[in-house]
Write a protein that binds this ligand. Structure first.
Ligand code: HPA
Length: 270
């Protein structure tokens, strides 16, 4: 936990007393939201003790702290993925750091493949719940009781209150949203069609390679969570076409405006 304290001190030393209470984790292609933050303090991951530098195309690798819709927010432009080879404690370190600097509510976003056949590429999905298919858990190991309990409850992993608020924001802004269960897998290979059928039978509506570890740690530290997936493609085997990261980036580019409108209107209501 030493790197946690060092990271907290480094960040706070650059904030002139600003106290972000809302955290944003911006997924592939969704980092544009950070560009809307006014009076930003930008801190590159490489300048934060303990942070690895992000590597995936479409992920920038910096924290942006400032004002959005009248609230002080801290946004992660780019996250750390398990498939990059980082261990779970590193993947989730930013959430611990957010908690340490005072974040109470977290909006976590991602690009995901649609499993639910009623979805289409370009939809936004509010996450109702998740299924952890990582085959591991970021809380494995000695529990740090100062951070949270040994066996955290996950009944309300995604806050009902925030979900209701997001739905009313979407309605007001005329942004169509789906709701569903996000399945988190390690990646980096996309699923096979047989795996997608299995995930659908398990109750999944969308699948991606992030979010679950961060949300588990957020709940461990009693941060309230709202999750939003951008359905960047239909998962393997649903349409007769191969999946590419380019498609993921192209679709997120198309829904960018709706995504920005929705998240900004949610933040205004928080
Ligand atoms: N599968 C897993 N992760 C993803 C996908 C997908 O189809 N699309 C974007 N991230």
């Amino acid at each position: 936990m030493n790197s946690l304290i060092e990271a907290k001190n480094t960040i706070e030393s650059k904030l002139n007393g600003a106290k972000p209470t809302i955290g944003l984790i911006l997924g592939s292609g969704l980092g544009v939201l950070a560009e809307e933050i006014t009076s930003p303090t930008v801190i590159k991951y490489q300048d934060i003790p303990g942070f690895p530098s992000s590597t995936v195309a479409g992920h920038k690798g910096q924290l942006v702290i400032g004002e959005l819709e009248g609230k002080t927010v801290v946004a992660m432009q780019g996250r750390f993925h398990f498939y990059e080879g980082y261990d779970m404690s590193l993947v989730t370190l930013p959430v611990r750091v957010m908690k340490a600097i005072g974040v109470e509510k977290l909006i976590v976003t991602n690009a995901a493949g649609g499993i639910n056949e009623n979805f289409e590429a370009g939809n936004l999905m509010l996450i109702k719940d998740h299924i952890n298919q990582f085959g591991t858990n970021p809380l494995i190991g000695k529990n740090d009781d100062s951070q949270g309990v040994r066996f955290p409850d996950m009944s309300n992993a995604y806050s009902r209150e925030l979900l209701d608020l997001a739905e009313s924001a979407a309605e007001e802004q005329n942004v169509t949203v789906q709701k569903g269960v996000y399945v988190g897998t390690t990646g980096p290979s996309y699923e096979t069609p047989a795996e997608v059928r299995m995930l659908r039978k398990m109750g999944g509506d969308a699948v991606g390679m992030s979010t679950v570890p961060e949300v588990i740690v957020a709940r461990h530290s009693e941060i309230e969570v709202l999750g939003i997936s951008c359905i960047s493609n239909m998962a393997a085997g649903i349409l007769d076409q191969p999946l590419t990261h380019d498609e993921v980036m192209e679709t997120t580019e198309l829904v960018k405006q709706d995504f920005l409108t929705l998240v900004k209107s949610i933040i205004k209501k928080l």
